[in-house]
Design a protein around this ligand. Sequence first.
Ligand code: ZN
Length: 133
Amino acid sequence: MSETMKENADEEDIGKPTEKTCTECIKPAVFYLKGRYLCRRCFEGINKESILDEAKRIIEGVKRSDYGDPKEFSKYLAQLWNVYLQGKEIEPKDTSCMLILLKIARQKNKHKRDNIVDIAGYAAVLAMVEDEE
Ligand SMILES: [Zn+2]
């Protein structure tokens, strides 16, 4: 294994050609991982968590602890949005208000600074939208 071949790639290792070729394609290998020589593209493809896997991890982990049970959270948010909308069609200004309600629903379950920052951010967007109308 050459010095540029590591289990965990550093940014500086990326792009350094070696005498080996990628076992997945014919490009020069840059990384060695679990018995395979890989080019940058194949290494990143193998190492990258799929969108579905990432979403599954987030839903099952962080989101559940921060926002409570997804089913209960969605039920509560639906109630908030229904009260806000009262059957009317959504206008541009409503999007910020509804996203603020989403953040309120999250904050209700557990305090997170991000919620408050986002509420302030959506309030700023709402101010911009209202000024244009
Ligand atoms: Zn490759």
